[in-house]
Design a protein around this ligand. Sequence first.
Ligand code: FES
Length: 106
Amino acid sequence: MAEKIFLVRTGDMSDGSMRQVCLADKKSELAVFRVKGEFYVTDDLCTHGMVALTGGDLEGTTVYCPLHGGAFDVCTGRATEKPCTTPLKTYQVVMEAEDVYCMYDD
Ligand code: FES
């Protein structure tokens, strides 16, 4: 069952930025992206290897992996550049006033 988890406050992230959020007692870290005022949440771990995508580059809605340059669309999780072929898991975002949450299920 999905659990609502607090991630950031809207003022904590500028547009075009990304941030890793570590969850206590969870298996993985999440990546929060702010693009054109919208927030998106995915797993932070690249599906091609063991590296955090938030260590890479964000261009528009595309995040580029720092290790081999693969890429994902942060809105859908779709792999858009090889060597990445497996989609990234995405999470439903919930906005409440200035707070950003996601519905987390593992
Ligand atoms: Fe991310 Fe290879 S580990 S593209």
